[in-house]
Design a protein around this ligand. Structure first.
Ligand code: ADP
Ligand code: MG
Length: 346
């Protein structure tokens, strides 16, 4: 989906011309950036803070489908999903690098759209683009983003820090990105069979946006900081609530009790799941790409959290031998199993 219909072949610019073209408007604003694009490596200075680094690799046909993902959104999302990993450590992201592989089907205008989206995300989240790499690819589009951030040593939240009795908390609502994907996939198959029918996404803006344009929860890290809360453990929800809960419990050698009726679901997610004949709870548990934060805090923090509209307390941490359990709406107890969203299962 290229919005711009002009077509400038990448071969006309060459690698250096392309890098120069894409990065000429990049501005640096972070004080920890000493040197950005233009040398063999960027130079950063985090003085007394610890450095956080995370990388994601996105491959066309595996992680995204350009038949319904606009390139600008792809650039934006590639950055967001990566920043999310830094926030999940309770850190602040400050720089990224972007490596990109392009097959000959992509004109310059397509790459410009990707960078436009990526740079909007950088600006919005106060992150400097400080480097990258550019290459031809035999087939399709490859994007890898590395994000760099910082945190005070004592404030980093690992997956392994959950304590027995901790409250299990989640930001925002879950399952919407998955339902957005189901909707886009359905419209794609209709479109492939009947190219004249326009996609019917009326009134479904929220869930489609949650899929195409996720927002990493920097605001939650800042909110917790303002409340003087350091989560004992934290993870971002990329693969579904069930899978991430199990990651925290395994890494911490603990169990948990999750209450189905506490799982935050948006009304549109709920209704669309029903329309598709899916159980909304299952969508929240096993659907991916919400990029919300799942974290645990000591019970003593309950009063600070109980009335926050954007945070739900969905359960608590137990001893390991109790396992990971969900109490259903009808009061039955089930073990939580992770389906996760696994690219290798395709
Ligand atoms: P090298 O040969 O050392 O890899 P390059 O010519 O690939 O250097 O890159 C030159 C500069 O441009 C470096 O600062 C690099 O980080 C940056 N750069 C290269 N590709 C990209 C890209 N796709 N996005 C942002 N910066 C890039
Ligand atoms: Mg290079």
């Amino acid at each position: 989906m290229f919005e711009n219909t002009d077509r400038t072949e990448l071969g006309h610019l060459g690698e250096f011309g392309l890098i120069e073209h894409l990065t000429k408007h990049v501005e640096l604003s972070e004080k920890s950036t000493i040197k950005g694009i233009g040398d063999d490596a960027a130079v950063l200075d985090f003085s007394n803070y610890k450095t956080l680094i995370s990388t994601d690799l996105l491959l066309e046909g595996i992680h995204f489908d350009l038949r319904y993902v606009p390139l600008k959104h792809l650039g934006y999302k590639a950055v967001q999903v990566n920043l999310s990993d830094i926030y999940a450590m309770n850190g602040i992201a400050s720089q990224i690098t972007i490596a990109i592989g392009l097959s000959s089907k992509f004109p310059l205008e397509a790459v410009e759209e990707i960078y436009e989206g990526a740079l909007i995300a950088c600006k919005k989240y106060n992150v400097d683009l400080v480097g990258g790499d550019t290459s031809a690819s035999a087939q399709g589009l490859v994007i890898s983003v590395t994000s760099i951030g910082y945190a005070e040593e004592g404030r980093i939240s690992y997956r392994s820090g959950a304590q027995e009795g901790d409250l299990l908390c989640v930001s925002g609502d879950l399952g919407a990105a998955y339902m957005g994907l189901q909707l886009l996939e359905r419209e794609k198959s209709v479109f492939l069979e009947h190219p004249n029918i326009q996609p019917d996404l009326e009134g479904k803006d929220y869930i489609v946006e949650r899929q195409l344009k996720p927002e990493a929860r920097k605001d939650i890290v800042q909110l917790l900081d303002s409340l003087s809360i350091v989560p004992n453990s934290m993870i971002d929800i990329s693969d579904g609530l069930a899978s991430e809960i199990i990651h925290i419990c395994k890494a911490s050698d603990k169990g948990c009790k999750l209450y189905e009726d506490k799982i935050p679901l948006d009304q549109m997610t709920y209704d669309t799941a029903r329309e598709f004949g899916l159980d909304p709870t299952v969508c929240a548990l096993n659907g991916g790409e919400d990029y919300e934060l799942l974290f645990t805090v000591p019970q003593s923090e309950y009063d600070k959290l109980k009335n926050l509209p954007d945070i739900s307390i969905i359960g608590h941490i137990t001893e390991a031998s109790a396992g990971c359990q969900m109490v259903s709406k009808s009061g039955n107890v089930h073990p939580i199993t992770a389906q996760g969203w696994n690219a290798f299962k395709k």
